[in-house]
Structures are given as structure tokens and as C-alpha cells.
Design a protein around this ligand. Structure first.
Ligand code: CA
Length: 243
């Protein structure tokens, strides 16, 4: 079951969640990409047509575009060229066409990365995160270091370490961890987390919160107990002086 939230409450701190536009006319593939993006906490919109996609970009600039080449309306090469002329949005081209020329042409037209179909969704997500890491400069994020037990977070470098060893977090996982570490002992409801991490006006299932918390716990290893479930409410982070 999917619960859909419309977030209009205030108190947003982390800016809007990152918006990914998927331009893909094959619905199965678009759905697959959307599923994985939302699971990773991104906001996703899909366009099946190059012209429609261009209009969407003009109306609401996405943080990243995943782009198919063979499209009705406007082909992916023209779309890529037009977007890059006007905007600095990372574009990952996904194409079924074989041969190196597509990849070379896409990159020459300004695409930031190229993935050949059939692709592994995990690989595509890794590339999405990698592109977003390059541009992630959220002015709202506080600066400095936060440490609890074996966990330390560098909010400038967007890195987290357990026992001095760097752990790989998605941007969403990082934001969740940072928010908790800045507010030890405070319980956050799923709604509140959706607001603070993904941003208001987001249509996303609160299951995304649980999925991200679960993954974050796994990555916290020996310190995972600090991320506590607060029955009937949500989650909280246990600081050093609490039990
Ligand atoms: Ca296509």
C-alpha cells in the first residue's frame, strides 16, 4: 500500500528534495527507473516525449535528467544540446543504440555520463548519485563536524565515518544522519522527516523513510542501535548521555 503525502507544513530546513526528470518513451523502463529513484529518496517525474520534456524543464528545472536518445517529439541529442545551452543540469544519457558514436556524440553535446541499455538499475543509481555529489552544495547545510561514539560526520565534505573508516551514504541517507546528529534525543515522525529531508510539496511514500532508515542502520554497523524506533511516532537518534 502506498501512502501519498502532500507536504505543506513549514519548518523546512534542507531545501527541496532532489528532482530527477526521466525522459524515456518506453514505459516499462521509465517505471523501473522511477521505482529505483523513489526508493533512493529522489523525486521523480517522467516524460515520454522530447518536446514535453523540454517544456517541463523550462517550467520546473530538475536537478538531474536521465535521457533516452530515441524519443518522439525531439530526439535525445537535440534535447541534450538545448538543455545544455541554457542550463547547467547534469544529464545521464541512457541508450539502446549500439556503437560508440552515440556515446561520443552524447558526451560531445554536453551529456555528463552515458549508460548503455540494458543497464543495471543499481549502476544507474550509483551514477546518479555520483553526478549529484559533484554539484551538491546545499547552502542550508551546517558546516563542521559532528561526532557521537564511533560515528563522525563532516558536514562540509559530506562524508561520514565509522571508527575512522569512511562509509558510503546516499545524499538522502547523509541528510538523515546529519539531521539526527544535530538533534540527538529528538523523535522525528515520518512526516517530519519527509518534510525536513525531502522537502515540502513532495509526493512520496513514507515507506521511503523506512527504507532509508533501514539502509542507514545497516551502514552504521556497530552504532546502528543509536537509530532508535520510537513506537507510534517514528525515529530518534540516541546521543552520548542517553540510554
Ligand atoms: Ca526510446
Amino acid at each position: 500500500m502506498k501512502t501519498v503525502h502532500n507536504h505543506n507544513s513549514s519548518g523546512q530546513k534542507y531545501g527541496t528534495g532532489q528532482k530527477i526528470l526521466v525522459v524515456e518513451d518506453e514505459e516499462d523502463i521509465a517505471d523501473l527507473i522511477q521505482f529505483h529513484l523513489e526508493e533512493d529518496g529522489f523525486r521523480c517525474s517522467i516524460s515520454h516525449n522530447g518536446l514535453d520534456a523540454w517544456n517541463r524543464v523550462e517550467k520546473n528545472i530538475p536537478d538531474l535528467i536521465i535521457l533516452d536518445i530515441m524519443l518522439p517529439g525531439m530526439n535525445g541529442f537535440d534535447f541534450c544540446k538545448n538543455v545544455k545551452k541554457k542550463y547547467n543540469i547534469p544529464i545521464i544519457v541512457v541508450s539502446a543504440r549500439s556503437g560508440e558514436t552515440d556515446a561520443v556524440l552524447a558526451l560531445e553535446l554536453g551529456a555528463d555520463d552515458y549508460v548503455r541499455k540494458p543497464f543495471s538499475p543499481r549502476e544507474l543509481m550509483a551514477r546518479v548519485r555520483s553526478q549529484l555529489r559533484k554539484i551538491s552544495t546545499d547552502p542550508d547545510l551546517q558546516h563542521g563536524n559532528l561526532t557521537f561514539g564511533k560515528i563522525s560526520v563532516d558536514t562540509d565534505g559530506h562524508t561520514a565515518k565509522i571508527d575512522g573508516i569512511k562509509i558510503e551514504l546516499t545524499l538522502i541517507e547523509f541528510r538523515i544522519l546529519q539531521l539526527f546528529m544535530e538533534n540527538p534525543g529528538i523523535a522525528f515522525s515520518r512526516d517530519k522527516l519527509l518534510d525536513r529531508i525531502w522537502g515540502r510539496d513532495v509526493y512520496i511514500s513514507d515507506r521511503a523513510v523506512d527504507v532509508n532508515i533501514k539502509r542507514l542502520r545497516e551502514k552504521l554497523g556497530p552504532e546502528k542501535e543509536r537509530l532508535e524506533t520510537v513506537r507510534g511516532i517514528g525515529y530518534r537518534f540516541r546521543g552520548d548521555n542517553e540510554s
